[in-house]
Design a protein around this ligand. Sequence first.
Ligand code: GAL
Length: 996
Amino acid sequence: MILRIILAALSVACIFVQQVAASNTSLGGGSQDIVTWDKHSIMVRGQRVMFFSGEFHPFRLPAPGLWLDVLQKVKAMGFNGVSFYVNWALLEGKEGDFSAEGVFALEPFFEAAKTAGIYLLARPGPYINAEVSGGGFPGWLARLPTGLRTRNSTYMDATEKYVSSIGTIIAKAQITNGGPVILVQPENEYSSGDPPFPDPVYFRAVEQQYRDAGIVVPFISNDNSPHGFFYDQGPPEWPIYGHDSYPMGFNDDISEWPVDALPTNYGDLHEEMAPNTPYSVIECQGGSWDPWGGYGYNKTAARQGPEYQRVFFKNFYSFGVTIFNVYMGVGGTNWGNMGYPEGYTSYDYGAPITEMRTVERENFSELKLQAMFLQSSPAYATAIPQNNTHANGSYTGNMKIATTALFGNETNFFVLRHADYTETSTEKYHITLPTSKGNITIPQLGGSLSLVGRDSKFHVTDYDVGGINLLYSTAEIFTWRKFGNRRVLVVYGGPGETNELGIQGGGTPHILEGDQHSIKFDQKQGSTILQYTVSDQRIIVELSNGLYVYLLDRFSAYNYWSTDLSSDPVSENYTNTTTFLSTPIIKAGYLIRDMKATDNTLHLMGDFNSTTEIEIIGAESDIKSLIVNNAPTEFQQDSHGVVKATVVFKGPDFSLPDLSKTGWKVLDALPEIQKDYDDSRWTKASLSNSNNTERNLSTPMSLYASDYGFHSGYLIYRTSFTSNGGESLHLETQGGSAYGHSIWLNEIFVGSFSGDITAYSWNQTFNLPAENGETYTITILIDQMGYEENGSAGSSDMKTPRGILNYSLSGFNQSDLSWKITGNLGGESFRDRTRGPLNEGGLFAERQGYHLPGAPISSWKDSKLGPMEGLSGPGVAFYATTFKLDIPTGYDIPISLSFANSTDTTSSIRCQVYVNGYQFGKWIHNIGPQDIFPVPEGIWDYHGENYLAVSLWALEKGGGKVENLNLVAGPVIQSSYPRPIEMSPISQWHKRDGAY
Ligand code: GAL
């Protein structure tokens, strides 16, 4: 009886738990109240957050010891968020075998984000696009007999292991558990597809998988442009609606801007579509991918440079965007065959923070100005964007200028640009702005304002500077701070521009620094009106209400920093508006990471690339000592409290090994063509059909590499026949953009296709020098460039096969031939668990693991110059060398491998480079454009022995060599980031069982 009562009580308890559980798993994050939203912005613990974020892919920087470095740089840019993808293909290379360890573990990334005070938007897919192989789909998905990204249970079941595993990992790092994750995006650009599309059942099912894994924070979507899919559903049941925007397109070198590319109606669309959620741009173009044979990332960075950022990003701010993610915020590397076929190894993207983690691009500095302004302007988050249908001529009466307004409770923001945003000439204007003192036509002190070509500016009225009313400013605000009774306002403008500010109750101005003649004052509207001409001579004005105004030109403003890494002591929120707006402003140079004041001591952490005069504005009044990067530093403090010091840059003393002197070993890496080569351990191409839903077979057996589990790097095929004399061989292979192939008849070189960026597949017919009665083996080496993306839901694009599509041998039926195939050793049962499923391909040397440190190279032949000696005929050689690095600590010195850009384009050679076993470059000499391959510290051992291996495939009769292979350093930064960097796991070579 008692037992029954207990059981009954338990079952009531269970029902209760189930109900709670049900409400906990309800979609939309209703089961937590830490991250909330209204129509203006998200809030964290009730505090409004402008989520200003940069995209970073930890999997593209396999050096976890550097993640905090990158995140601190994002934070120093004035951002408080990072959005990250997770690449399924790297975590479940074999179906059901999920592993996220070592360089693939996310926990250290979450820790780094917490330390840097960066909120995270997690974007685990399962589909991510992202210019990675298969858009993140593991190769085994190519064998599913169904289109991908649909509700079809075959597809959904295939995603289950990954989503539940990665969902659980991310769930643990949610803010509800003390972690940095505040938003999750399921799927990616679910924006086109086969009917039924858009399929709410499917989208909901993906969401439910994540809810089941414990995700409780709000979901957010990223439509590829504002189509409005599922917008009308909205949270809490559906995601916050967000969209992407790439207005400049890709792979364009033109200095002309595209016409009609500025989206001026997105604000209106948002009001129509999702007015109750914050306006969210989940990917705003912050650079571009670059294809094989492309223009290179410096051009991308220039095209999507500061002018673009000013015009296009400010256009988004004029719509009141408060969730804004720049794609990419940080460049990365497609190491280890992870890229998609259209991209090469570098994924620098022209991003503000480069692949080498430097912050010297102007894109970084311009974004810092923008982010700092918005983070310093709490009124922005709730200001209401005004309809901009009549923007041309509004407020200025000048039809060549468009002004869009955002009205706040008190503060108003006005975004100006050229009506024709592509305009390159300067336009003069006056503007009449509504203020608390009535409409004011500016400038009031004579002259006119000007908008230079391809520019966009914020003007503000009734802007709160810590209790002082800035009646108006046509100069753009970098930031302001309040230190006790003092306020500091830092503004900037373009060189030569006239700007005017009205400071209410400013009283008598006093010029502390700068040219008296370039500034005018008057008193109007109860305010000090201050007009000045922008030059690189800064002007500092002290007003009697305790406000210091710093008047800068934009380029000088780039040198100002103000970072607050501290979380709110009570709420633990990362964005701590109160302390942020009282954090000192620091004029320095390259980078300031953090500043802390304790007991009259200032601790400054910064990176320097030259001797730098620093100023700390807003220090306590009686500073006793200044510690810069742990070194006591002499300083002066003036009567206004400004601390001044010089940080001396001392060039490091180091040298890099000369790769023509380290001594190399060489191995013939194509033993497959030798007469007695034994391929008995190879996979027989025995499948008489394929589930591939992208292409039907043209051969009696499948020769699609994915059907045999080979998904990365080089593929090799072999078949044998007894000749009737002089056969011709017709072949069609496919490897993706810029791929190539070479064919041998026994040891006789038959021919190659050396690649073309537009040729994804290639047909060739060869007359074989075969003699009657002789038995021959045909060996075909194919470069596999990765799988296509699967951008359209329901499609099978990623299954586009790799390998041999079709063949015929004259005098034979297709079925007379049988084939063997190899890719990486083990295929999906890949051997190197440290470097993941894609790092190696099918070369003999890779199958043996000779790219790994500790490989038995002593028995190989000596080669004085290694790949610089090269091959005198077609073939593949594998070179290895070891050398020590001894790089001084205290510096960030990126080290890259540089392949001399030979002018000899007749020889086509393909190299792959491996640093301590990690494949860190695929160089295609005749295609380019990448010649310099950065490798991060942590993959390099900066204080020990390094193993460098290079495969060289010469595709032409004359062979080929690398003209010059070098290690190159730089730029050299004296860095405050703690060193040595923790090494990434470097597992060593062991003799591999079953290797062939
Ligand atoms: C977006 C996509 C990203 C990336 C980007 C282009 O459409 O969501 O994953 O592919 O385009 O770099």
